[in-house]
Design a protein around this ligand. Structure first.
Ligand code: HEC
Ligand code: HEC
Ligand code: HEC
Ligand code: HEC
Ligand code: HEC
Ligand code: HEC
Ligand code: HEC
Length: 321
């Protein structure tokens, strides 16, 4: 082999190895430490499916039983969630390692998000303190106090951030709206908090034309929260009589969507071919919000030429007379 070929070969294999180890290092950051995965498997062998087994000392044999469906944890979703690196017993008492679980464990207090994220530098970008303040002033908290927790919207075993990470706005909207519909479309969940009837969501919004298109393109929170500049996702849900009902709030050039749904994207893509609100245009055509500056100018210019034409024509006729 020619010497320069040999050198090149060695050099490129070194580069490859370096890149490879760098990549596996980066991957490691995102994966749960092995010991947690192994420990969680001990819980998931029962909580991962609809049936579980245990050895019954009294009758001296293995018994197969049904798992309460509310206690089933989807491990695929868990290992995609924000807290995928956790061991179950980081949040739950280690006494759950024993079975049958002690009866008093059901009374164990649960952590709040702020117990871990309050004042934490690593999660400063989310501004948990502002979110909590918003939440405490929301209609849910003012009606149900601390019975309504952050966990009710952010399922501890599946919650993942979406507004920052999902590529398509349609997916962001779907993820977010399912959080609300999980109660507002589900009497079992809704009535954990209240005995009152669950108002039908379709009926409550029958004033909105093209309802299914709207629910696919905008989030519930666009109309139901107060916009807040210091957090990405507004959390202050207002009483229903303060919800947005005016079409022009979205269907206009200063669409509220730019301060809410499209807030994160707005920073990324600027003006596309002269369109005002170009960030929206990439995903949807919102009547009134997607005007084009050049077209506006062109129509003004055409209007000006027409007036000019009429005037010249009139002046010429007067002179002729
Ligand atoms: C042998 C099967 C089995 C194993 C292993 C197991 N659990 Fe359970 N777990 C159950 C069953 C069955 C229930 C339903 C209530 C009961 O029977 O105590 C339950 C209930 C629970 C509850 C709900 C308690 C309540 O009433 O609100 C939690 C939380 C829980 N388990 C956590 C864990 C954790 C964490 C682990 C692992 C450290 C674990 N479990 C391991 C079978 C198991
Ligand atoms: C980030 C913290 C956290 C982690 C990690 C966690 N849990 Fe939970 N878990 C909670 C909270 C909080 C609740 C109570 C939710 C509620 O009451 O709304 C809960 C409730 C439960 C319940 C009762 C069902 C329910 O919805 O009330 C079971 C069973 C359970 N967890 C099992 C597990 C298992 C098994 C793992 C590990 C695979 C695990 N948990 C990991 C925070 C966590
Ligand atoms: C027991 C402590 C604890 C609790 C309780 C807790 N978290 Fe976390 N959370 C963490 C830690 C630690 C991380 C960093 C995990 C990592 O990097 O693997 C994290 C990560 C996150 C992230 C960032 C994910 C990312 O990809 O950057 C978000 C968002 C988050 N948590 C939201 C919440 C919310 C909302 C709640 C309450 C509903 C909550 N957390 C409750 C400890 C906690
Ligand atoms: C009524 C439902 C609801 C409640 C209650 C709620 N949230 Fe949220 N939260 C949401 C929705 C919807 C999103 C948007 C999810 C997405 O697109 O990432 C969100 C997003 C978040 C995010 C990610 C924001 C970002 O910048 O990416 C954090 C952090 C968060 N919530 C924390 C909390 C905390 C802390 C509490 C309790 C003090 C709480 N939430 C209570 C519905 C709720
Ligand atoms: C285009 C704006 C808009 C969107 C999007 C929207 N809402 Fe509404 N919503 C309203 C308005 C306005 C009212 C008050 C209607 C009235 O008083 O007749 C309302 C009423 C409600 C009510 C009170 C019903 C009652 O009769 O007590 C609930 C609950 C509700 N909305 C939940 C949701 C949920 C969940 C979503 C997402 C799937 C959503 N909304 C999406 C504007 C909106
Ligand atoms: C854990 C269940 C649950 C979730 C999740 C939930 N809600 Fe609610 N919501 C309720 C309950 C219960 C009420 C009724 C309060 C009452 O009148 O007692 C309510 C009331 C409302 C109202 C009517 C307020 C009024 O003036 O009567 C609106 C609007 C609303 N929710 C919007 C939302 C939005 C938007 C989301 C998602 C970001 C959401 N909710 C998520 C349980 C939930
Ligand atoms: C929260 C913001 C918001 C509000 C409020 C709102 N819209 Fe829309 N609307 C949208 C968005 C976003 C679309 C774009 C849908 C797409 O192209 O994906 C849309 C689309 C439409 C469409 C076109 C549907 C189609 O066939 O493509 C009509 C018509 C419409 N809206 C009428 C109204 C009327 C009338 C009102 C007031 C009663 C209203 N909208 C209130 C955001 C809003």
């Amino acid at each position: 082999m020619k010497p320069f070929l040999k050198k090149g070969l060695i050099l490129s294999s070194i580069c490859f190895l370096l890149l490879y180890s760098l990549q596996s290092l980066c991957q490691y950051k995102d994966e749960a430490p092995k010991k947690n995965v192994l420990a969680n498997q001990e819980c998931l062998k029962c909580h991962g499916g609809h049936f579980y087994y245990y050895y019954n000392d009294w009758v001296e044999k293995d018994v197969r039983e049904r798992m309460n469906p509310h206690f089933v944890i989807d491990s695929t979703k868990f290992y995609k969630s924000n807290h995928k690196t956790f061991a179950c017993i980081d949040c739950h008492s280690y006494e759950y390692e024993d079975f049958p679980h002690s009866g008093s464990l059901r009374m164990e207090p649960i952590y709040s998000c702020l117990d871990c994220h309050g004042g934490d530098e690593n999660s400063a970008e989310f501004n948990f303190e502002q979110i909590e303040e918003n939440f405490i002033n929301s209609i849910h908290s003012s009606k149900h106090g601390d019975n309504f927790t952050c966990w009710m919207c952010h399922d501890p075993h599946t919650y993942e951030i979406s507004a920052r990470t999902k590529e398509s706005i349609i997916d962001v909207v779907e993820y977010s709206n399912n959080i609300c519909l999980n109660c507002h479309n589900n009497i079992e969940e809704f009535q954990i908090l209240t005995d009152s009837e669950n108002p039908n969501i379709l009926d409550a919004h029958d004033w909105l034309p093209n309802q299914s298109i709207h629910f696919r393109s905008v989030r519930c929170i666009e109309c139901h929260t107060e916009i807040n500049d210091s957090i990405l996702v507004a959390h202050k849900i207002l009483p229903k009589d303060q919800a947005v009902q005016n079409c022009v709030e979205c269907h206009s050039t200063n669409s509220l969507l730019m301060a809410s749904l499209y807030k994160f994207r707005r920073k990324e893509n600027r003006n596309a071919a002269g369109f005002i609100n170009a960030a929206i245009l990439k995903e949807a055509y919102v009547i009134g919000a997607n005007r084009n500056i050049y077209l506006n100018w062109a129509s003004i210019a055409i209007f000006g030429f027409v007036i000019l034409g009429i005037c010249t024509h009139a002046i010429l006729r007067i002179i002729k007379k």
